[in-house]
Ligand binder design. Structure first.
Ligand code: GLU
Length: 333
């Protein structure tokens, strides 16, 4: 792999069926990478074991393939920088934690859920609770007392004071001080599960990812992730694009838990892949109408500056098979 090669990725969590919003993000991530002749990597973020649903990884990969997406590396095709399932990478994350500990950049946090809830409910400037650094400033005696409780601590990363800057292909330049926005943040939870923030940085860095295209809900995580790239001594990805989320008719963002509108449901209704891709592409203004189009055909017209930056609904036309059945034999409906 040369330094010039664009390497994009899609990194779903197998906690529920991919809904139209997830599928639209996957399509855009694929288009961003493939439109510049880049490689595309599929990584499954299955670290949060209690939330992972059995069989969901296979279902997600099958859905993405049905949509017409392909990848050069992933859990089903392998690759040189795997494994591509986060659940198989625990030892790698522990090495990163070791490195951060040696640099004096992490500390144990003994705060209980109740204590953190009190912090979160205190008046805050914005909606993300900022950790005030309680356990960072414990005296040796206080720390011993907390250790004696026998509770396994979480590990927090010391947030840099100076603002971090990054450029988003859809939202322009962003400056953010992690110390002010979120404060010291968790890199390993008290139950031993490595946090999303750490795992995503370690994986993107080791997998040579240069282009991160993902949902806008993760825009606010980027500064924290950049702080970790810097602390680990890894080059940051060159391109970030946080794409708008899909909302329902009431303007609410789609959630996996209430997503009967997975592809299974649409396939049962007779929708074809090119109809779904057409509807997804139209919803982000890449395609004039909800007409059918394949992912590959979209490559020819893909232009990042045309992507709508605001959230949108996805409008599906009448299902194709239904139409043709209707045309052949009206009584079949
Ligand atoms: N696993 C995350 C999700 O499913 C995406 C992480 C990322 O793209 O950075 O929302």
């Amino acid at each position: 792999m040369t330094r010039q090669t664009t390497r994009g990725r899609y990194a779903p969590s197998p906690t529920g069926v991919l809904h139209l919003g997830n599928l639209r993000t996957a399509l855009l991530a694929w288009l961003f990478a493939r439109a510049v002749g880049g490689q595309f990597i599929l990584r499954v973020e299955d670290l949060d074991r209690p939330r992972v649903r059995l069989g969901m990884t296979q279902q997600m990969l099958a859905d993405l393939r049905w949509l017409g997406l392909d990848w050069d590396e992933g859990p089903d095709v392998g690759g040189l920088v795997g494994p591509y399932l986060q659940s198989m990478r625990q030892a790698i994350y522990e090495q990163a934690i070791h490195l951060l500990r040696n640099k004096g950049l992490i500390y144990p946090c003994y705060c209980t859920r109740a204590e953190l809830a009190r912090i979160a409910s205190a008046p805050q400037g914005d909606d993300a609770p900022r950790y005030p650094g309680t356990c960072r400033y414990l005296s040796a005696r206080e720390r011993r007392a907390r250790e004696a409780s026998g509770r396994r601590p979480a590990l927090r990363f010391i947030a840099p004071e100076s603002p971090l800057e990054f450029s988003d292909a859809l939202h322009g330049t962003v400056f953010e001080s992690v110390a002010e926005a979120t404060g010291d943040f968790v890199v390993r939870r008290s139950d031993g599960i490595v946090s999303y923030q750490l795992a995503v940085v370690v994986d993107d860095a080791l997998m040579g990812i240069t282009q991160v295209v993902r949902g806008h809900d993760l825009h606010a995580s980027t500064a924290r992730q950049l702080a970790l790239y810097d602390a680990l001594g890894c080059p940051r990805p060159k391109v970030y694009a946080h794409v708008a989320l899909v909302v329902d008719d009431a303007g609410e963002r789609l959630a996996k838990r209430d997503a009967p509108a997975g592809l299974d449901a649409l396939r049962n209704m007779g929708y074809t892949a090119d109809q779904v891709v057409g509807a997804l592409a139209a919803s982000c203004h890449l395609w004039p109408t909800e007409e059918r189009v394949t992912a590959r055909e979209l490559l020819a017209v893909f232009e990042p500056s045309r992507i709508a930056a605001t959230s949108a609904t996805v409008r599906l036309p009448p299902a194709a098979r239904t139409e043709s059945l209707d045309a052949r034999n009206g009584t079949l409906l």
